[in-house]
Design a protein around this ligand. Sequence first.
Ligand SMILES: O=P(O)(O)OC[C@@H](O)[C@@H](O)c1c[nH]c2ccccc12
Length: 257
Amino acid sequence: MNRITKKFQELQSKNKKAFIGYLTAGDPNIEKTEEFVYALEKGGTDIIELGIPFSDPLADGPVIQDAGLRALNAGVTVDKIMDLVKDIRKNTEIPLLFLVYYNTILIYGKEKFIRTCEEIGVDGLIIPDLPLEERDELEKIMDYDKLCLIPLVAPTSKDRIRKIIDGCNGFVYCVSSLGVTGGKSNFYSDIQSYLQDVKENSSLPIAVGFGISCRDDIKRLEDHVDGVIVGSAIVREIKRSKGDVIVLKEYIESLTK
Ligand SMILES: O=P(O)(O)OC[C@@H](O)[C@@H](O)c1c[nH]c2ccccc12
């Protein structure tokens, strides 16, 4: 069974919610990212989302855009990120996701990208700009026991929710608010009924992300979902503390405990 599915089952049996933490791979460099992964895990993160920096990151807000630029300037490449995952897999079985733009996959080669992810132990992909038509093709070449395709739904998805989720697995990523990542907890006003709607349309666990940056935000949302996703707040904290892993671990604890 896929590590993501297994993790959600494990947490659900203990009546717990998943804490999903995002890191931009290569910010400020690849070696540091490896240390951050372990710090996130020690702090109580259940699933890690690694962002692959891309020059035209249309859904990223300023904090994650800047992190991507720092990583690109430090010379990160997809191959280096694949090597990073190989190293991480020597030390932990924590579920790992890539947040990756479709262009990156096309440039690397679709088949090669998927096979490499499966081989090295990446557990899922979130592809924010994946057109629905292209998705069928990816689904065909992905082995869902190894690699999940995580669908993204937004408050505007409405009648299309079922169609978007259909054929995906792992969990459903529910975008909490409109716009880019890193907003200031100005969640979609009718968020509860929106999340309820997604739940009713899916047999997969659901997780909510975008604009979650403190314990209060998490408390407000966690009763309605199986997991929460925090990105910009973590990336910001890493920059603020100049990459101090002990500070990072404690920061994650303040969100998870
Ligand atoms: O940064 P926030 O507001 O905490 O949201 C999570 C988000 O950063 C992460 O999941 C993410 C980074 N880049 C993305 C692009 C699209 C969707 C999601 C993402």
